[in-house]
Design a protein around this ligand. Structure first.
Ligand code: SF4
Length: 437
């Protein structure tokens, strides 16, 4: 068995910092547990793995305490709350399972820090369904990639390296011939779309808030409608017609978007126009959508919540059974309406994702390097999944889960351990109270 206290190089490490879950990294570990990505990393993974090891104490009202005391205080806050909100939820599968157990036993409401974007996709699935694909299919079959409103690489840095310009495919496709089209977003970095032999991608730029018009027009054209306008949001209709023809002629086009970047009103309708357009294309050829997600564990949270409760994020146990409502159970609304009376905030991957401002009692379970403007009632540093402890994470396409390795010894508890301990404390208090009666 490997000694995790010794300096060494760890091969085939899975990176949990975006939904690609690249599993080919090599990471150097020094004898203090500091990590350094030496092969197959991207800027994001180098930053996230490379944060120096710190192991701060848990705190109550800013004062360092033993973990046991912090857990007892968190249990006390939760026990006194009538409508607790568990949010952030940046964790892996085991952590999320423990979150669900505690939510169920304490009537909590659940929301993820990325839900504003994720719900745009969920609403489309609930309303009309969709036809989407996997990263493996993209890697092996895609011949035309239409990218809507994102450069992809700012959220998935190695997407083109691993899924588009990959050298090998299962069916001998020459991936350098793949065609790339960017739709929308004037300031997108489109350099990753340049093929290995120097062919530039096609870029049809528009302001982001005009993207709904452009996608609607493209859907209409794919449906065979004739537009009377000559341009939409600055894009010539003739260019959209050419794009529609390319999509129809492709053997396997993939249209992709990142719901989190579609930050304009009713963006779910734009997602729906994309997915409905894809359905139409499938009458004559093969085409699929590819929603991009998987940041801060949003896929993990949604998968676990769905298989346990039957619903995705924004599900509440306030009435002792799971109820889903994408509007009422959002973190923003729970806090602004004063419905939530305690906030449990989880961010174990990213120290920069701090809790929203609120005056209700707050317990933060976070990456050890999180710095908070306002000291919460309780702060409990937890281990980084995939570095301080093992775990499981879901890839962006939601169909593949990968194991996360422990890369170093750590004194930090896992989120699962802390939430399970809080649940046990509450259960024991209830037993003592009932025996006292
Ligand atoms: S692309 Fe994503 S999963 Fe791959 S190494 Fe970079 S951050 Fe990690």
């Amino acid at each position: 068995m490997e000694n995790l206290s010794q300096a060494s190089t760890v091969e085939t490490v899975t990176c949990p910092f975006c939904g690609l879950l690249c599993d080919d990294l090599s990471v150097d570990r020094d004898s203090s547990g500091n990590l350094n990505v030496i092969e197959n990393g991207c800027a994001k993974s180098i930053t996230f793995f490379g944060r120096p090891v710190v192991t701060p104490s848990p705190r109550i009202a800013g004062k360092p305490v033993e973990l046991k005391a912090a857990i007892a205080k968190a249990a006390e806050i939760l026990g006194a709350a009538k409508q607790p909100l568990f949010s952030g939820l940046g964790t892996e599968v085991y952590g999320m399972r423990a979150v669900m157990n505690l939510a169920e036993s304490t009537n909590a409401t659940l929301d993820h820090m990325n839900s504003n974007g994720f719900m745009r996709n969920i609403q489309v699935v609930q309303n009309s369904g969709w036809l989407i694909t996997t990263l493996t299919e993209v890697k092996n079959r895609m011949d035309l990639l239409v990218i809507v409103g994102t450069d992809i690489v700012s959220i998935f840095p190695r997407f083109f390296e691993r899924e588009v310009w990959n050298k090998e495919t299962m069916y001998g496709q020459d991936t350098s011939k793949r065609e790339i089209v960017y739709l929308g977003g004037r300031d997108l970095d489109t350099s990753a779309g340049i093929s290995p032999d120097g062919r530039k991608p096609e870029v049809l730029p528009c302001d982001m808030d005009k993207l709904p018009d452009v996608v609607s027009a493209l859907r209409a054209i794919v449906l065979g409608k004739k537009l009377h306008a000559t341009e939409v949001a600055g894009i010539a209709v003739a260019d959209l017609e050419k794009l529609a023809q390319r999509m129809k002629a492709a053997k396997y086009s993939v249209t992709t978007w990142a719901a989190g970047t579609l930050a304009f009103p009713q963006a779910e309708l734009t997602v729906q126009n994309v997915t409905e357009l894809v359905k139409v294309l499938n009458k004559d050829t093969r085409a699929a959508g590819l929603p991009l997600g998987g940041i801060e564990g949003d896929m993990n949270a949604n998968q676990v919540c769905t298989w346990i409760s039957g619903y995705p994020m924004r599900t509440s146990y306030a009435r002792s059974f799971p109820e889903h409502d994408s509007y009422h159970f959002s973190t923003d609304r729970q806090l602004s309406s004063n419905e939530a009376d305690a906030l449990f905030w989880v961010s174990s991957f990213n120290p920069d994702r701090t809790p929203p401002a609120t005056n209700i009692p707050t317990v933060v379970f976070a990456h050890a390097q999180m710095k908070l403007e306002k000291e919460p009632e309780v702060f409990i540093p937890v281990g980084l999944p995939g570095a301080d402890h093992r775990g499981i994470a879901f890839r962006s396409d939601n169909v593949v889960s990968l194991p996360l390795q422990q890369l170093r010894n750590s004194t930090l508890p896992t989120l699962a351990e802390v939430f399970s301990a809080i649940e046990l404390t509450i259960t024991n208090s209830a037993l003592v109270a009932s025996e006292d009666k």
